[in-house]
Every structure is written in C-alpha cells, then in structure tokens.
Write a protein that binds this ligand. Structure first.
Ligand code: ZN
Length: 604
C-alpha cells in the first residue's frame, strides 16, 4: 500500500515489457493520446537517468498528464499545426514539436537518442514503484541491473540492501515477484470468480456509476493475463484512490488520474481505467479488446474519415458516438459484435454481410453431459450432484463415472449394476428433476480401443470416450486412435478431444478436420469441455469443430457439485467457436436428447 506513485511520475512504462498482456486488451500502439503520454513519460525518465535538466523532465510529465486526460484525439488537434497544440495548457513549443514528430513518424527523436545512452531495459526498472532514476543508476553501476530480470536477481542477493536498505529491498522484491508471476496466464475458470468478487467491490465505491470486467475475461478467452476493469465516473481521482485501498489489492503498481495498475495477493494483475459516464460505450469497446479487433476498428474509423479512441468516435473534433457499444459500432457502420467474437477472426466480414452467428447462451442449456460421482473419482454422491443440477434448473444430468474405476476392488459390472439401481431409485424419488442418465466415460487405449466390459458399453445409456493416458503420440497415430474410438459402435461422444491440461500438458496434435468430419458422418458428438484446467478443445480447434457440422456436447467434467458451475465456461468456449444452439445437444429437451440416443442405439 505504501508503494504508490502517481502515473505522471511512474506511468505504466512497464507496459513496454514485451509480454502479451502487458498492454490492456483494447490498447494498441496507434497514435492514441495515451500512447503519446507514455512516450513523454518515458522521455522524462530517460532525461532524469542521464542527468539532464530536471525542468525538462518536469515539463514532459506535465504534458503527459494533460494528454492522459484529454479526450479529443490529439491527431485531430494536430491538424491545426503546432500553434493548435501549443494552445493546450502545459504544451509548449518544444513539446508540440515532439508530438508532431511522433504523429508523423511514430517516434520522438529525443527519446530514441536517449535510449541509445542507457542500459537496455532500464525503463522497465524505473517503472517499478520505488525506483527512481537515481536508484536505477546505482543499481546499474553497482549491481549490473539493466532490466526486470537482472533487477529480480539483484534483489534476491543481500548486496541490494546496501543500496536500498533491507526493508525497501524486501518490498521491491515482493513487487517484482508479483510482476514476474503476473506474466503467467491464469485459466479463465480461476480468474472469473476472483474478477467478479472484485467487480462487486468496485461497484460499491462512491462515485462509481457503472463498472465492467472487460478484457479477455469478457471475451471468455480460455486463459487471462490480467483483470481489466472499466469504471464510469465523474470523480475519477477519488474512485482510483478508493480502488487502490480496497482490501483485495495487495500491491499498487501505478496510480494516475484515470488509470491504476495493481496486484491481488495471488499475483493476478488488475488494471482499472476510468472514463466519464458519457463515454461508457467507448470505454467498454476499448477495455474489451482484443487488440487485433481494436486495431481493425481503428482502421475502419480512419477509412470512414473518423477517429476512434476510448472516449468516442470523432468526426473533425466532434464526438458522434460514445455512450453505448451499439452506438459505437453503428457509427462505424457495424452491428454490435458479441465480445467472444472480437478477435479479428472473420467477425468484421460476417458483420458486414449480416451473418454474425446467434451464439448459444447459458440460459439455453438444459442439461449437463459429463459429471462424476463418488462411484468413481467424484467428491459428491449421485444425489448431491442431482440436487445441484436441479438447482441449476437442468432437465437432465449424465452421470459419466469412469468405467475403469467402478468397483475398483471387485467386479466392475456388479458396481455398474448397483449404480444403475441407485440412479433408477433417484429418478423415481426426484421425479425426474433432473433425470439422471446412466452413462459412463471410458478411457481410449493407445490403439483406440475403449476400455470397458462389453456388457457395460452395451447397456449404458450414453458412452463418453476420452484419452486419459499415452498423450503426445505422433499426430497420425493420435488421429487413428481417435477415429477408431469414434467408430466403436458403443461410443456416443468424444470427450475433451485434445487432452490439454493447464500447467500439465499441451493439446495433443491430430488431424482434427478429419476426426470431426468422421464424427459428423457417423452422427456422433464431440465435447467442448469447460473444466477450468481443461477448456478443451482450444478456441481454434473448437471453431473447426463447429464448422464441421458434427454434433457437439458441452460438459463441465464436474467432479464435485461446485464444478457444475463451469457450464458457463463451456458455453463461453463454444461462443468463441461461433457455436449456435442447433448442433448443441445440451440445448435439447430431455426427450429430444433421449431420442437422439435411442436413434443411435438402434443403429448399433
Ligand atoms: Zn475424462
């Protein structure tokens, strides 16, 4: 909490660290006011580092501060030449010249020149709150610190104490470790609940008129680099002041007039950006990204003779749209594009041609198609799972205990029969709310054989088959393995197709187009798995699945009642894959689902 600096001293210069998520999603390197402000802040840091006049660096910081809060796009003002720029308070002749140079060439010559005189990476060192130019210099000269990595190493050795003092060294080490950890991506399923909890707290802050959790979370990206918040407020500085004091915030990295960057205790990075209430829609667009989508939008604006920034769409200095996302898109000649599609992956073309998909929604999901109970490796009983499914309003729940774990110490068929009786008894007692399907999940052996007794495969109401070991086979072998499993007459659904697990193993490679095409031809389904550490298949492969026209099921792979909530993640991934309800079996009623199964059974 003590480690706080104002953005005009310590901007998010660290955003120049070449990490994918160092920039907020909606940000791009185009000539936004913020980008120029950042250049000027860096110029100030460099000026201090080389020991040039402190008056100069103060002037640069002042100008940056002005640009940060300026809403009209600077390019628009620059159309009036240097004189128009100098009319902005805090911007004199020398700085106006630098801004023009940046607008024309994408660089400020003075900054480039100073960069040649300093250690590479020193800007990211000076961006650490608590390290000014003088300290950075000492750290460089005495301990060889030249970037974040060498700073981390230096802070780990006791030698840094002689420069910083023991207490400060410890504080900085904590911050740098958090920064280091935050470079890792967090699975959406872990980031989402934390993000929502913090969103609630932000919404309660005085002066907050509206708040949104944007970025990759809003786009339902399978993993996220940080949590990006947007706040609409007329009292930006007070809101930011209150935000950095929230108990959720472990460390503050930077704090300015309309932006703050901080860390939660587990290292998750949090960025908060404020806009005036009338810029809510523009801010939403900006904070949601993706970067690629924002760049296309910006280009589109330019093609239409307009300018786009986080405050609105502008026509020669006049704001023509800003309050809603719909208005923003409309001003650019587009319908509203759902966040999971905003990846510059064909959504602009589809929007122009009026063929944006009507994406599946969580409310359309009528049942769960992968879950586990205490009969195999689940934590909750069938009844507990059923009750939670009922509370979610589901019509059905497929209980897909692992076949090879049934009756682990005895006869699997006996255990399967016992479980079947319990399922029937529950179906009677719960009156079919939800209806439990007597299903199983089987391992696909290395050669493609589903591992379960024939009698079980024949009599289960639904059979899911998935790869659980022998991962990483050569692609052709994996392809043959999955094709063989699909072709087995008892198999209905190919579960978690690529086998990826966050922090454990990457997706298996295989000829997915061929596998999905075979599933389609056989009338079988492929699962989109929403278990937080799975999220399988990854977006591009899930999109191939949707395009293949094969049946799709959504499954949370729940091993405990709370995991059933992950349906939201499965739906998010399906949306990113452009899935509509038609081919998703979970959107069917219980009777329609049973019909689909019995049609397939009769073909066996
Ligand atoms: Zn499985």
């Amino acid at each position: 909490m003590i480690l706080r600096r104002f953005l005009h001293e310590k901007s998010g210069i660290l955003r120049e660290v070449p990490s994918k998520d160092a920039l907020p999603d909606g940000y791009n390197q185009a000539m936004s006011n913020e980008a120029i402000a950042q250049q000027l802040l860096e110029l100030a840091e460099l000026t201090d580092y080389v020991g040039d006049s402190p008056f100069k660096s103060r002037a640069y910081r002042q100008a940056a501060r002005t640009l940060e809060t300026l809403q009209t796009p600077i390019e628009t003002l620059a159309e009036g030449g240097a004189a128009a720029l100098e009319a902005i308070p805090g911007i004199g002749e020398a700085i106006a010249e630098k801004i023009l140079a940046y607008l024309h060439t994408g660089a400020i010559p003075k900054r480039e020149q100073l960069l040649q005189q300093v250690p590479r990476g020193i800007l990211e060192v000076m961006a650490v709150p608590g390290i000014g130019a003088k300290t950075a210099r000492q750290l460089h000269e005495r301990l060889g610190v030249s970037d974040l990595q060498s700073l981390r190493n230096a802070l780990m050795s006791s030698a840094a104490s002689s420069i910083l003092g023991a207490q400060k060294r410890e504080r900085l080490l904590r911050l740098v470790e958090l920064k280091h950890k935050s470079q890792r991506r967090t699975p959406l399923g872990f980031a989402l609940p934390r993000g929502r909890e913090l969103l609630q707290a932000i919404q309660q802050l005085e002066g907050v008129e509206n708040a949104l959790l944007g970025g990759s979370v809003r786009r339902m990206h399978e993993d996220v680099g940080d949590l990006d918040y947007l706040v609409a407020t007329a009292q930006s500085e007070q809101v930011i002041e209150a935000f950095v004091r929230l108990p959720h915030i472990a460390e503050v990295y930077s704090q300015g007039a309309n932006r703050a960057q901080a860390f939660l205790s587990d290292g998750l990075q949090v960025d908060l950006k404020t806009v005036p209430p009338q810029s809510w829609g523009a801010g939403m667009l900006y904070i949601t990204g993706s970067k690629a989508h924002s760049i296309r939008l910006r280009q589109r604006a330019i093609e239409h003779g307009l300018k786009l920034n986080e405050y609105g769409v502008w026509r020669s200095g006049e704001c023509i749209a800003s309050d809603t996302e719909e208005a923003m898109y409309a001003a650019l000649g587009l319908p509203w594009i759902p966040p999971p599609l905003r990846e510059d992956a064909g959504e602009f073309e589809a929007a122009e041609e009026g063929r944006l998909p009507h994406l599946v929604q969580l409310a359309q999901i009528r049942g769960e198609l992968q879950s586990h109970s205490t009969w195999s490796d689940g934590f909750n009983t069938l009844e507990e799972m059923a009750q939670t499914a009922a509370a979610l309003g589901y019509e059905y729940l497929a209980v897909t205990d692992h076949a090879h774990m049934l009756g682990a110490n005895g006869d699997p068929m006996t255990a399967f029969e016992q479980r079947r009786r319990e399922i029937e008894e529950l179906n009677e007692r719960l009156n079919g709310r939800p209806y439990l399907l007597n299903a199983i999940e089987v391992n696909i052996l290395a050669d493609g054989t589903p591992l379960a007794p024939d009698a079980m495969l024949r009599t289960a109401q639904l059979v899911l088959a998935g790869v659980h070991d022998d991962h990483g086979q050569p692609p052709e072998q994996m392809t043959q393995r999955l094709l063989r499993a699909l072709e087995h007459p008892a198999v209905d659904i190919l579960a978690h197709p690529t086998g990826r697990r966050y922090g454990k193993r990457p997706a298996n490679d295989a000829d997915w187009a061929r596998i999905f095409e075979r599933a389609r031809a056989l009338g079988k389904a492929v699962e989109i798995n929403g278990y937080p550490t799975r999220m399988d298949p990854p977006t591009p492969i899930a999109r191939m699945l949707v395009e293949s026209g094969a049946w799709i099921t959504l499954g949370t792979d729940a091993h405990a009642v709370r995991d059933l909530q992950a349906m939201e993640l499965a739906v998010g991934l399906a949306q990113r894959a452009w899935a509509t309800p038609e081919r998703l079996l979970n959107t069917r009623s219980r009777d329609a689902l049973l019909r689909w199964l019995s049609d397939r059974r009769s073909e066996r």
